[in-house]
Write a protein that binds this ligand. Structure first.
Ligand code: GLN
Length: 495
């Protein structure tokens, strides 16, 4: 029998339908893979017992002919999604012992459709980061290594680094992520897998630990575009419990997935040609243009003139919202409490010991930006610039149907690199943040390798609610790129 961890999500569903193997068998194969890959530190909590119970129930449902669209599919859940009765930490010490009494809507939707959870994946603390090095529970190590004799441990990207590493290493068939400024797309690119952040409001934020509420959006990772379409369809949908969740029908993305780009107009934003971008990424972008042209798309140059303000705008808005959202962690209601001499002392000690350095930095920036006297100068100003950034995209849609850009300005870097300078780290998101500020869907597809043999991604950005075009263009790139590379450790397992 084919190694079950090598199948895609879609192939697994077909195999289960044809009774080639059981949900229990694929769960067992993925649990074994997860246990054999602990050196990656991709999981904060492994949940093999839950997985086996869910797989058992799934097999029973299938035997009765009542299987759901994801029935028996082993998935991982980012540890930012509350899971009922299963520790949910946001990779922060302050929530180190938090066990939610409720299930996030996204994970509940996946379970409703039959998914099996193998574990909860690591992330940057409260999803703040681009490298998964700010987790209170240690770095995640990318399953990828540079070719040659460099044995340096690389970052998987962030903040959803555990999910990306787990999918890439074949420890699960798909995983949830959240993307506030790039946290699905950038780790997908670094780990050589696909990842989509849908339109803001497509997935419910209910039960997802908040970072920056006007930006946070759930999405998915998987190894193929089709797999992402299947999984996102289950995750999405209106939820009355989240006032920003949209009352929109969820299209049948996987069914409508075509990869046909004939006649589509693809915009190439000139402002994304940033200084110092490696030649290989520029070349891959050009290659992507050629692939789409060959598929019959029309390539048009577009301008998004406010792009250069996106990062500074994001780094006012995201910290401002985080400082407000994280005010609830006071040692009284959730997680860590450090006793002090009086109430204020207890608040201060709990927060001082509970939060890591990056989270504290952002709370301080955000508190400053929201303070009286600075609110108008920073927060209101940033909101106005955010509107101009959205207007840039709206103008671009007059000329094109989707945008093609690189996902990130570099391949994965070694753990420890970029740590000395937070601004350098923030630059990782230069191509993902603008569409987050505009609330637009964006997807990263693995499209090639750099000279060190590390994956590089291309990003497709679409109109609000037009995930279908994003999927179709992504599928066209996927077909043309024929990206079959996988990390050495996953290859060994295949042998
Ligand atoms: N890297 C960005 C940040 O640090 C984005 C994180 C995210 O999307 N959650 O804020």
């Amino acid at each position: 029998m084919t190694e079950l961890t090598q199948l895609t999500l879609a192939q697994t569903i077909r195999g289960l339908e044809k009774k080639e193997f059981s949900a229990r068998e694929t769960a067992q194969a993925h649990i074994a893979a997860m246990e054999g890959a602990r050196h990656l530190n991709a999981f904060v909590t492994e949940t093999p017992d839950i997985a086996l119970k869910q797989a058992h129930d799934s097999d029973a449902r299938r035997a009765k002919g009542g299987a759901g669209p994801l029935d028996g599919v082993p998935l991982a859940v980012k540890d930012l999604f509350c899971t009922k009765g299963v520790k949910t930490t946001a990779c922060s010490k302050i929530l180190g012992n938090f066990v939610p009494a409720y299930e996030s809507t996204v994970s509940a939707n996946l379970f409703r459709d039959g998914a099996v959870m193998v574990g909860k994946t690591s992330l940057d603390e409260f999803a703040m980061g681009s490298s998964n090095t700010t987790s209170a529970f240690g770095n995640v190590i990318s399953p990828w290594k540079r070719a040659g004799n460099s044995n340096a441990d690389l970052v998987p990207g962030g903040s959803s680094g555990g999910s990306a590493a787990a999918v890439s290493a074949r420890l699960c068939l798909g995983a949830t992520g959240t993307d506030t400024g790039g946290s699905i797309r950038q780790p997908a690119a670094f780990c050589g897998i696909s990842g989509i952040k849908p339109t803001y409001g497509r997935c419910s934020r209910w039960g997802i630990i908040a970072f920056a509420s006007s930006l946070d959006q759930a999405g998915v990772f998987a190894r193929t575009v089709e797999d992402c379409a299947i999984m996102l369809k289950s995750a999405s949908g209106h939820d009355p419990k989240d006032s920003t969740s949209a009352k929109k029908d969820v299209p049948d993305w996987p069914k409508l997935l075509s990869g046909n780009v004939k006649g589509l107009r693809i915009g190439i934003p000139k402002e994304y040609r940033v200084d110092g971008m490696p030649e290989e990424i520029v070349k891959l972008w050009q290659q992507g243009i050629e692939w789409l042209k060959a598929g019959g798309a029309q390539i048009v140059d577009v301008s998004l003139p406010h792009t250069k303000y996106a990062l500074p705008t994001y780094y006012i808005i995201a910290p401002a919202e985080c400082s407000s959202n994280l005010a609830r962690y006071d040692g009284v209601r959730y997680g860590l409490r450090v006793e002090g001499e009086n109430l204020n002392d207890m608040y201060e000690l709990s927060r001082a010991q509970g939060f890591g350095a990056e989270v504290k930095r952002r709370i301080m920036i955000g508190t400053y930006a929201l303070s009286s006297g600075y609110y108008d100068a920073y927060y209101i100003k940033a909101q106005k610039v955010r509107r101009l950034i959205l207007n840039d995209f709206l103008k671009a849609w007059e000329k094109c149907d989707a945008l093609l850009t690189p996902t990130a300005p570099s391949a994965a870097f070694a753990i420890g690199e970029n740590e000395d300078d937070p601004i350098k780290m923030y630059l990782n998101d230069v191509f993902t943040v603008p569409s987050s500020l505009a609330g637009l869907p964006g997807m990263s597809i693995p499209a090639g390798l750099d000279r060190d043999g590390l994956p590089l991604g291309l990003q497709i950005i679409g109109r609000a609610w037009d995930e279908q075009t994003v999927f179709n263009v992504s599928r066209a790139i996927e077909k043309a790129a024929n990206f079959t590379a996988m990390p050495q450790m996953a290859r060994r397992k295949a042998a």
